[in-house]
Design a protein around this ligand. Structure first.
Ligand SMILES: *[C@@H]1O[C@H](CO)[C@@H](O)[C@H](O)[C@H]1NC(C)=O
Ligand SMILES: *[C@@H]1O[C@H](CO)[C@@H](O)[C@H](O)[C@H]1NC(C)=O
Length: 258
């Protein structure tokens, strides 16, 4: 049952005409109760996929991380999906919907907090056992993503299956596939590629890694894009992804996902 509707598509009208043919709403998220996602305006191209990305630290004791990145297809022809939300109360997440045209086509939700369940359902996860990604990736320079400044995204080639791919997820904004330049091996920086983020400083950005095992098999990295020392904005245009500034944050943190 849909109890409350959280509007999740908050782009400006110029953006709307450029990137979106449809949008979506989600029901009030409650721990271990069903989350219902509805496509509004039916000019998207099914099949759809719902993606849920954990955000922020785990509120569980000892920071046990039970949240996994979820990638859930809807059957063709359906514009509504109901799935149990296996995230703990007081944890946060971001939702995005894809259609056949690609990633992020339905927009990206703002950061949303999971409420306690109200049907006595209890818990549907093991609160003592953390999940962890199947592989790990890193950014170099470490601990920052700087507007218009090349960043190397890299991984250990022996830990991946196939070639990793990465998504950029901007809560309340646009989400996109991170383009991969030539993949090279660099001593002490593993296998990776260089990416110049065309994302405005101040934007909260979640970088999600995946490989043949699926979206999010590499976990995610959350950061606030910074300006750096040179105030370089050559790579920005009117359509550059941004969002309203996120809450003050320090260095990127990994959220464990499998
Ligand atoms: C919750 O979702 C599951 C899986 O989609 C479904 O089988 C079940 O009927 C739903 N439960 C309720 C109460 O909507
Ligand atoms: C990564 O490993 C695979 C198989 O082990 C190999 O075929 C590929 O060339 C490697 N890629 C790089 C960039 O080293």
């Amino acid at each position: 049952m849909v109890i409350g509707i959280i509007p999740v598509f908050l782009l400006s009208s110029t953006f709307l005409s450029l990137v979106s043919a449809y949008s979506f709403t989600i029901s009030t998220p409650r721990q271990c109760q069903n989350l219902t996602v509805s496509i509004t305006r039916e000019d998207g191209q099914p099949p759809y996929r719902l993606l849920l990305f954990p955000f922020g630290p785990s509120p569980l004791p000892d920071n046990v991380e039970v949240r996994q990145i979820e990638d859930i297809p809807f059957g063709t022809g359906e514009t509504m999906l109901s799935i149990p939300l296996r995230y703990s109360e007081r944890s946060e997440f971001v939702a995005a919907v894809n259609d056949a045209a690609g990633f992020g086509t339905g927009g990206t939700s703002v950061v949303t907090t999971v409420l306690a369940n109200d049907d006595g359902a209890g818990i549907c996860f093991d609160p003592l056992t953390s999940v962890s990604p199947s592989f790990a990736f890193s950014a170099n320079p470490p601990n920052q993503i700087v507007q218009c400044t090349p960043t190397r995204l890299w991984w250990d080639n022996t830990t991946v299956q196939g070639t990793p791919s990465f998504l950029g997820v901007i809560p309340g904004g646009e989400s996109f596939v991170i383009p991969e330049g030539p993949i090279t091996d660099v001593p002490s920086q593993g296998t990776g590629f260089s990416w110049t983020p065309p994302v405005r400083a101040g934007t909260t950005l979640v970088i999600v890694g995946g490989d043949d095992r699926g979206v999010g098999s590499g976990g995610s990295l959350v950061t606030i894009v910074s300006t750096g020392v040179r105030l370089d904005d050559d790579c920005l245009g009117d359509n550059s992804p941004s969002s309203t500034p996120g809450s003050p944050a320090g260095l990127p943190t990994s959220t464990g996902n499998a």
